[in-house]
Unconditional design. Structure first.
Length: 79
């Protein structure tokens, strides 16, 4: 798992942007989501889930639910 100061792995970044795009398209720009939205109910990749949780909770101290447009912009702005 990348440390706090490093970039998010490309596969997670792509997954987050894709999910945000789908949620915004389906429910509009005010839709909220949590980092769990990026994973199936049966988590088959615990390290990736922990990476998302670290980024969401520890690095950015985001609320449980955030606007999908905000999350998408944050991820797109990453180097």
């Amino acid at each position: 798992m990348p440390d706090e100061g490093s970039a998010m792995r490309a596969s997670l970044k792509e997954k987050i942007i894709d999910v945000c795009d789908r949620k915004i398209k389906d429910k509009g720009p005010d839709v909220g989501l949590s980092f769990y939205a990026f994973f199936a109910n049966k988590n088959d990749n615990p390290p990736l889930l922990m990476e998302a949780a670290q980024w969401w909770i520890m690095t950015h101290q985001l609320d449980h639910f955030e606007k999908a447009v905000k999350i998408k912009k944050m991820v797109e702005a990453m180097a």
